[in-house]
Ligand binder design. Structure first.
Ligand SMILES: NC(=O)c1ccc[n+]([C@@H]2O[C@H](COP(=O)([O-])OP(=O)(O)OC[C@H]3O[C@@H](n4cnc5c(N)ncnc54)[C@H](O)[C@@H]3O)[C@@H](O)[C@H]2O)c1
Length: 401
């Protein structure tokens, strides 16, 4: 069978530990035999990022912007333990944080549904797409640990030379202080990304913040969302028969838990970080979730939303063929290839990407799956496979489709 040709490359961002191992297995079994895979490769392993002082991460973000499409493996965000473990020269910032800030995008996450994997929330009938603002707030914070009493102040020095100064707290003893920010442009982009993605997917938008407590900061998010909606999307939403709904974040959480799903839930950065894991695990497994970063300039970065599956990696290093679920990694590749095909007008690439997805879901629906979902399958799994055998089953299906 002739291999499918790609017109343009995708930026390929390799990662760490178990996901790096499976990245290679997926490429060798599900992609390279069928597609003349064109990628621009960036090694985002923790040692390479340390060695290049994160230049490789910035370069990879620039490549995604230039090529329009990227696919990213999971990567370690360093902490003190990782500095020791990988003999790093310093703590490096989160590569996802760097890429998101560079692309100023919104991350959309959606559960991958299979009929025999039932989530824990019985009223959810349709997927909940979670739109996470990927810029600013606590992910670009500035923190101080103080050792004595003192006055904490918030100071802004404008480019016009004017200063705004407010007292945060007259602190009676040692404590902690944090400064966070966001930008009107980024919030507007976030709103545009959510409203246009919702139109594309034909789902209503829900947005929740805490404007009753954070009257200026969260109040600004609420106001910008409403203005963007009223001026640019209201008519389009009316025509499409979908709606925009703002409520307090705590009310949004309560309503989501008793809804039937089927909406795009726009979340501020931290809310999105936490809530996407809640939705993923309520739907079965962190590995049954798609994740794409959409930037307002029109670039797309597909990734697995889970981490490097560290504990499986240590067992793999001891020689075990672990039952790690590769579905989210596979869907990161299929998302990127389908988008590449769509942008390049190569429908055969889009069709092939969809074929991999169908084959993957068919293997699970037939009762063959990894341990994380085998334990919740109903009817019960016929066989729990290790990641290599699971990927091989998918390959066999693709060859026979
Ligand atoms: N997108 C990313 O790049 C990303 C996201 C989160 C964490 N991380 C990094 O990953 C490393 C490990 O972090 P963690 O343990 O908190 O998160 P993790 O997602 O790797 O694991 C969390 C839990 O989910 C399970 N799990 C996750 N993915 C699975 C899969 N594909 N198959 C089976 N089980 C799966 C794990 O066994 C573990 O119990 C850390 O160094 C962290 O910095 C990276």
């Amino acid at each position: 069978m002739a291999k499918i040709q790609m017109k343009n490359a995708v930026a390929e961002l390799d990662g760490d530990e178990m996901t790096r191992v499976l990245w290679e297995v997926i490429k060798n079994n599900l992609l390279i035999p069928f597609v003349n895979l064109k990628t621009e490769y960036y090694d985002l392993s923790i040692n390479k990022r340390d060695e290049t002082d994160d230049k490789i991460t910035y370069d990879s973000a620039a490549a995604i912007r230039r090529l329009g499409v990227g696919v990213k493996c999971a990567t370690i965000t360093s902490n003190i333990a990782r500095v020791k473990e990988y003999k790093l020269t310093h703590l490096t910032p989160s590569p996802n944080g760097i890429i998101r800030a560079e692309l100023d995008g919104t991350v959309f996450r959606s559960p991958i549904l299979v009929p025999n994997i039932h989530g824990n929330v019985s009223c959810w009938k349709k997927p909940i797409i979670l739109g996470r603002h990927a810029y600013g707030d606590v992910y670009k914070n500035c923190e101080i640990r103080t050792q004595c009493a003192g006055k904490a102040e918030l100071v802004f020095t404008g480019s016009d030379g004017k200063e705004i100064r407010k007292t945060i707290m007259d602190m009676k003893g040692p404590g902690i202080i944090q400064g966070i920010h966001n930008l009107d442009d980024s919030i507007e982009n976030f709103a545009h990304c959510c409203f246009s993605y919702a139109l594309d997917q034909h789902v209503p938008v829900w947005f929740g913040a805490k404007d009753t407590i954070s009257k200026i900061y969260d109040g600004c998010f609420k106001e910008i969302f409403q203005t963007v909606f009223d001026t640019e999307y209201k008519d389009k939403f009316d025509k499409a028969g979908i709606s925009y709904f703002y409520t307090l974040i705590d009310d949004a959480v309560a309503r989501i838990m008793r809804s039937e799903g089927g909406m795009l839930w726009a979340c501020k950065n931290y809310d999105g970080d936490v809530m996407s894991d809640m939705i993923a695990s309520a739907c079965g497994s962190l590995a049954m979730m798609t994740s794409v970063l959409v930037s307002p300039s029109g670039s797309y970065e597909y990734e697995a939303s889970h981490g490097t599956v560290q504990k499986h990696y240590y067992r793999y290093l001891k020689g075990e063929k672990t039952s790690t679920n590769p579905v989210a990694l596979i869907f990161a590749w299929t998302g990127a290839l389908a988008k590449r095909g769509e942008l390049d007008m190569t429908p055969e690439l889009v069709t092939f990407a969809k074929k991999i997805e169908k084959a993957t879901l068919a293997v699970i629906a037939d009762g063959y799956m990894t341990g994380d979902i085998a334990c919740i399958a109903d009817p019960p799994a016929k066989k729990t496979l290790n990641a290599w055998d699971f990927i091989n089953e998918i390959k066999i299906r693709i060859e026979n489709m």
